[in-house]
Design a protein around this ligand. Structure first.
Ligand code: GLU
Length: 523
């Protein structure tokens, strides 16, 4: 299968001087092209379309919240669609996690894979047969072509392009194969994909509700694969076909998709369909303005759940990125956010993910919005989540002589901050350099684990030990301190499972910083 099927156009693909933030054009008085109805008359339908390929990300909640508020504002529908065309990376476990995380956020959808709806199924892998006729139509009208290039040839081509300082792009080798040759090669069972044709010159001009008028030269757009060799559609084709069939009126998503709009508009055009309105939201950023990344900030929703953030506070925090409010008006419920939400007057401030602000809002929610009873109920629910309390007790039973010893032993399962100090590593028989090396080596390996449980964690750590020629014990000792904050606590692999990957990731990051401060300081 050609390796470029994900096919996201890079951000360089649009000239930055063409991109200007303007107010949205959707809304009052704007006529729907086909029906002549005004927006207020036609039913707004928006969607969140997550790919279940990893831990649910706060960025997904951010885009989902925008769509949710947009639907609420217009009395429309908010739909959930699972985009799992990347079969190698999508898993049912991640899908469940995404749904659970969005439910935890309080974002209710009216159609989705779990509840069905009039335009289902809502999972793209269950819609596989729907896409092929659309591809055939594109090919039959001469807008698409079959491509027999092997992954090896494509890689060589890209390598040469990179070496020449050019962005990688399909070179069109199969563009002009004769009809006879194509028929013969297909009949011979030769693996192939279907690509879309791209105009040779000119540019794609479109209006984006956030960016304003955008112009992207066709030259910067790749001949996107639409149908993969295994018959699965790519994201681009499935996304367009589904938005059409599910009657989506507005597509609001992250700005990383802006460069893909020309492909999408072209697919709509090739199929004779009306595109929806587009809104590309600025991505959330770290304090240094770089794209929000788990290396700098915890990005998994499960991290915030595990640490006892309230979903209302997280939604409040994310919602403030969309609305303009005066100082002192920050504490807002979902209803209040929806009231104040005005997509024609979005906040112009960049979406900087400032955890201190989230903490401040969370504290205010705990103090000002929860009754005593609600607070107690939230604490019990939080402690019992993922069986953390029950399992923690199970692991503790054989390790204490009085119940009062429990907090010292097991509190690390609940803490948001271990307050880790260099002294905690005193009993680890290794130099700070070695400990740092172990912590840094282990972290990327933990990211590779597909299903996070004690067995898979142990297996991965054993593999690390083997690959580095170290004893498992040597690897586990510093991890133990990093994860639990002390040298005496509960079994490591069980604890890591209970804490969840997002919390473990954060603890290892903090531990690396603590140990790095010891390196060279003689401690
Ligand atoms: N599946 C895409 C994602 O997870 C959705 C992009 C879109 O909304 O079109 O980012």
């Amino acid at each position: 299968m050609p390796a470029d099927t994900a096919g996201r156009a890079p951000l360089w693909a649009f000239p930055s001087h063409k991109i200007r933030a303007r107010s949205l054009v959707i809304g009052k008085g704007l006529k729907h092209v086909k029906t002549g109805k005004t927006m207020a008359d036609s039913a707004v339908r928006v969607r969140i379309a997550p790919s279940p390929t990893g831990e649910p990300h706060v960025g997904t909640a951010y885009i989902a919240l925008f769509n949710y508020l947009f639907a609420k504002k217009h009395g429309g529908e908010f739909i959930l669609r699972i985009e799992d065309t990347d079969a190698t990376r999508s898993t049912p476990e991640f899908e469940k996690k995404v749904l659970d995380a969005l439910k935890w956020c309080g974002l209710k959808w009216s159609e989705g894979p779990d509840i069905g709806g009039p335009y289902g199924p809502y999972r793209q892998s269950d819609r596989k047969d729907i896409y092929r006729p659309y591809v055939e139509r594109i090919v039959a009208h001469g807008h698409g072509f079959r491509c027999f290039c092997t992954p090896e040839r494509l890689e060589e081509m890209r390598e040469a392009q990179r070496a020449a300082g050019k962005p990688p792009k399909y070179d069109g080798l199969c563009l002009n194969l004769s009809a006879e040759e194509v028929t013969a090669r297909v009949a011979a069972g030769e693996p192939h994909v279907v690509r879309m044709k791209i105009p040779a010159e000119g540019s794609c001009k479109f209006h984006d509700g956030v960016y304003g008028d955008v112009e992207i030269p066709w030259d910067a757009v790749d001949m996107q694969v639409l149908l993969k060799a295994d018959g699965m559609p790519t994201y681009h084709l499935a996304n367009v076909v589904d938005d059409h069939l599910m009657k989506i009126t507005h597509v609001a998503r992250g700005e990383e998709w802006l460069a893909s709009v020309p492909k999408h508009i072209l697919i709509y055009q090739y199929l004779g369909l009306e595109p929806p309105k587009f809104m590309h939201l600025s991505l959330m950023r770290n304090a240094d303005k770089s794209k929000l990344s788990k290396r700098k900030n915890p990005t998994s929703i499960s991290y915030y759940t595990a640490l006892g953030y309230l979903p209302e506070a997280l939604m409040n925090f994310l919602g403030l990125f969309f609305i303009q409010i005066a100082e002192g008006e920050e504490l807002l419920t979902m209803e209040e956010l929806a009231e104040k939400f005005d997509p024609e007057n979005l906040s112009k401030a960049g979406a900087i993910f400032d955890i201190q602000k989230l903490d401040w809002l969370n504290a205010r929610w705990i103090r000002e919005k929860l009754s005593e009873e609600e607070f107690a109920a939230r604490v019990f629910a939080w402690a019992s989540e993922n069986e953390r309390l029950r399992e923690g007790l199970k692991l503790s039973q054989s390790r204490i002589s009085k119940l009062g010893e429990l907090p010292d032993l097991a509190a690390f399962l609940f803490k948001s901050d271990l307050g880790l100090q260099p002294a905690a590593f005193a009993g680890v028989k290794a130099t700070p350099e070695e400990v740092l090396d172990i912590l840094n080596t282990v972290q990327p390996h933990l990211e590779k684990i597909l299903e996070w449980n004690k067995e898979s964690i142990e297996a991965e750590l054993r593999a690390v030990a083997e690959a580095t020629g170290k004893k498992l014990k040597a690897i586990v000792a510093p991890l133990f301190v990093a994860v639990s904050g002390s040298q005496r606590s509960l079994p490591l692999f069980d604890s890591m499972e209970l804490l969840g990957r997002a919390v473990v990731r954060q603890r290892l990051k903090v531990a690396s910083q603590v140990v790095a401060s010891m390196v060279g300081s003689g401690k």
